[in-house]
Design a protein around this ligand. Structure first.
Ligand code: ZN
Ligand code: ZN
Length: 137
């Protein structure tokens, strides 16, 4: 098995977008998170579905990537994360439209999350200022 570049969050998101944020084995829909996953989060940003390498981790091409839920992903690897995939998939072919729409969706969500963080930080800051003011009297 050859080495490959890590999958970028944007590529993951475009695959999720192409697959309508739905597990391509059982049809489970994504559950979205309000905050981004950690950089190493295999689920990618803001959603609980997994982008799986169909022919093993040798290529990050779109036709080697498919959206699965955590359960189906585990099954496809024969019940162990270390096993080679035991089931093959035929993903929907990618188009430039899907790539552009997926990118737009990704950056729109990034902005939303940044806004969300900014607002919660600002509210926290205002609370602190009020507490200090009360303490000083
Ligand atoms: Zn599934
Ligand atoms: Zn996998």
């Amino acid at each position: 098995m050859g080495k490959r570049e890590p999958l970028s969050p944007l590529t993951k998101w475009i695959v999720l977008y192409r697959d309508n944020f739905t597990c391509q084995k059982c049809g489970k829909k994504a559950i979205f998170k309000l905050w981004p996953g950690e950089p190493e989060d295999p689920n990618g940003p803001f959603c609980d579905l997994i982008v799986h390498h169909i022919e093993g981790p040798t290529s990050n091409d779109y036709d080697n990537l498919i959206t699965l839920c955590q359960n189906c992903h585990f099954m496809v690897h024969g019940g162990s994360w270390k096993n080679k995939p035991i089931e093959k998939f035929n993903p929907r072919p990618i188009t430039t439209e899907i790539i552009f729409e997926g990118m737009r969706d990704y950056y729109r969500r990034q902005d939303y999350v940044n806004d969300y963080f900014f607002r919660s930080m600002f509210n926290e800051y205002k609370k602190k200022v009020r507490e200090v003011a009360k303490f000083i009297g």
